[in-house]
Design a protein. Structure first.
Length: 367
């Protein structure tokens, strides 16, 4: 009901104002409306003798404490809560509530809520995070990244004062690790200037290079040159060979890159064969040289080898004599030349670091 103002007339006792009954009705109805509003009931519930509620009237600008109030779609500006927690009842009024608690701050703190719709993430809850970027996250010693079943997939071990680490990079296109520009995914060592990269199996396990199946696609390791434009490949036998053999590198033989072991240096491949049909140099890069003198007399030379190197030279096709002059002046006390003139004749030589030594001879003439 709207407020009803008493009609007082234009001047005193001029007979133009409300009569006493009309004025009394307005006063009663105004108070009835006021009592109803304060007591939170309909005007019809206000009767003679109705008392005001014992609650305190809430005023717009007064500083007051509200109890048991329901705010429907309120607009709050600059809210300050003096208590340490907020209790949220939820959709059902029951004994279960959600309490938001604030740790007693030691300075002014600001928590910014993003301009987005979503769910708040909690420290200890099991949750799925989507579209999150972790910048320099710290993982506890022996902490791990788990698979979809919660089992360890990658475990992180801590080294005190570490300065070296690994980098994992992906690749866009190409997939080549043998080209000058790396276009394949890579696991790299980084940190100091020169850093090794270790692959460490457990117990008697092995580091295995698996095949992706397919003809001539057995497991292989490619060793690139220093500028990554060439490379040599160490490859396993194919499945048809049914070979599970064991290969052990030779012992000692030199000081790393400067003087590598003879069996692993250059192109001195065990079992490789050179065939000579004219005069020229006997190769140091093959184990075996086969002579074919059917086209004429051959004048051959053999340069100094490397310590421990073996060389086998045999006549495969005869017709004329083949004479080889040996470097370093002599053959360990013998003359400096060897002559072949019949099929099957052969010699086996060993380089002792200073000269060639004859360790086997069948039919050749050493003069």
């Amino acid at each position: 009901m709207a407020y009803q103002k008493l009609g007082l007339g234009s001047s005193a006792n001029d007979g133009t104002g409300d009569d006493l009954r009309t004025g009394g009705d307005k006063i009663n109805e105004n108070f009835e409306d006021l009592f109803a509003k304060i007591n939170g009931v309909a005007n019809s519930a206000i009767n003679n003798g109705t008392a005001l509620t014992t609650d305190v009237v809430t005023l717009n600008t007064a500083t007051q404490t509200l109890t048991n109030k329901t705010l429907t779609s309120p607009t709050v500006s600059g809210l300050t809560l003096s208590d340490a927690s907020i209790v949220l009842e939820g959709a059902t009024a029951d004994a279960s509530e959600t309490t938001i608690t604030v740790t007693d701050p030691t300075a002014d703190r600001t928590i910014t809520i993003p301009d987005a719709t979503g769910t708040v993430s909690l420290l200890t809850a099991t949750e799925t995070l989507t579209n999150k970027t972790l910048t320099a996250p710290k993982i506890a010693n022996a902490g791990f990244i788990a698979d979809a079943n919660g089992n360890e997939q990658i475990i992180f071990q801590t080294t005190a004062s570490a300065v070296n680490e690994i980098q994992i990079r992906n690749a866009a296109t190409g997939g080549a690790a043998s080209s000058g520009t790396l276009t394949a995914p890579a696991i790299e060592a980084s940190g100091e200037t020169n850093v090794d990269l270790t692959l460490l199996p457990k117990g008697t396990g092995h580091v295995t290079i698996r095949s992706t199946t397919g003809t001539n696609n057995q497991g292989a390791i490619r060793l690139n040159c220093e500028v990554n434009t060439h490379g040599q490949t160490l490859m396993a036998q194919p499945h048809s060979a049914s070979d599970s053999g064991f290969f052990m590198l030779p012992k000692d033989g030199g000081s790393a890159r400067a003087t590598p072991n003879v069996l692993l240096s250059g192109a001195k491949t065990v079992g490789a064969v050179q065939t000579i049909t004219s005069s020229g140099a006997v190769s140091l890069n093959t184990l075996v040289t086969v002579l074919n003198s059917s086209s004429g007399v051959q004048s051959l030379t053999l340069a100094a080898g490397v310590a421990g190197q073996l060389k086998i030279i045999t006549m495969g096709t005869a017709g004329n004599a083949s004479t080889m002059t040996v470097a370093n002046g002599n053959l360990a006390g013998m003359s400096t030349s060897i002559v072949w003139d019949a099929v099957g004749e052969g010699v086996t030589l060993l380089y002792n670091g200073a000269k060639w030594v004859v360790v086997g001879n069948f039919g050749v003439t050493i003069s």
